[in-house]
Design a protein around this ligand. Structure first.
Ligand code: AMP
Length: 280
């Protein structure tokens, strides 16, 4: 496995004669890798000649400086895990390498960023859009892999690819969960053992909402039931619980569409912000 820290080095390698004409699968991450990330690498390995994983904790997508500071950084261990799944290349640039100057450009994704994550993390998708564009330009992948765990990010990146005519295929991969249902996340390691025990309630609440909607309850009725549910678990502070169209992310008002509804949640537990969703 090759490890590069500079744009020049990774580009020289990708453009070397031995790699000419090879298809490139690209998995952008912020590191602190877990099996969820590795499932994207494994998918890319099946579909491409070369798989490259970037590890970069992107400062411009954090609106909360404390969250940025506390974000786990475990490059050595990440490389061990990536080796085990036969990842070909790791690109781990420094913040100075990626941003010799802070970008003057800003991106606005319209309605897609005025709800949920965008509403509660102002500027987040501007940061995501810029860093992903930079990485796409640097790597020039054939296919890029993103997890449905970050549903709104998938919607924003699909829009980015269409609006800027990136010549690549976006592959959306399912959310990988612990046995008890908790969506794998780099932030889970920050949960105390006690908080970790009740963290799966997040996924349970999504399933409960899905069942309520399938039974014919309205969106408003379902949201009430969920509010009630969380009143039994004061450890959680729910930031949003949204039932929306899977692609446009517009809130549904009445009943769920049978084919393209997403239920999305962000909640704080033990001072850790967790997000999850289900799509049906
Ligand atoms: P992150 O390092 O959190 O920015 O995530 C990097 C990529 O891995 C993103 O496309 C995420 O959506 C994806 N990812 C994170 N957690 C999971 C998971 N539990 N299952 C599947 N994909 C995930």
């Amino acid at each position: 496995m090759q490890l590069f820290h500079t744009i020049k080095d990774v580009q020289n390698y990708l453009k070397s004669p031995e790699n000419l004409g090879k298809s490139i699968g690209f998995v952008p991450t912020m590191g602190a890798l877990h099996q969820g990330h590795l499932s994207l690498i494994q998918r890319s390995k099946q579909e491409n000649d070369l798989t490259i994983c970037s590890i970069f904790v992107n400062p411009t997508q954090f609106n909360n400086p404390e969250d940025l500071l506390k974000y786990p950084r475990t490059l050595e261990n990440d490389c061990l895990l990536l080796k085990q799944v036969h990842c070909d290349i790791v690109f781990a640039p420094s913040a100075e390498e990626m941003y010799p100057n802070l970008p003057a450009l800003s991106m606005d994704f319209g309605n897609l960023e005025h709800v949920m994550e965008g509403k509660f993390r102002p500027g987040h998708f501007n940061g995501v859009g810029i860093v992903v564009s930079k990485l796409f330009n640097i790597i020039q992948p054939t296919k890029a892999y993103f997890g449905l765990k970050d549903l709104q990010q998938v919607a924003v990146i699909s829009r980015l690819v269409r609006d800027l005519s990136y010549d690549l295929e976006l592959i959306v991969c399912p959310t990988y969960r612990e046995n008890d249902g908790l969506a794998m996340s780099s932030r889970n390691v920050r949960l105390s053992p006690k908080a970790r025990l009740i963290a799966p309630k997040i996924y349970e609440s999504l399933l409960l909402a899905k069942n309520q909607l399938s039974d014919g309850n309205t969106v408003a009725e379902t949201k009430m039931i969920i509010e009630n549910y969380y009143s039994n678990y004061p450890e959680f502070s729910v930031e949003y619980f949204e039932i929306c169209d899977f692609e446009t992310l517009e809130s549904l008002e009445m009943r769920a569409e049978p084919t393209k509804t997403a239920i999305c949640i962000a909640a704080f537990l033990d001072g850790v912000r967790l997000i999850d969703n289900i799509v049906f």
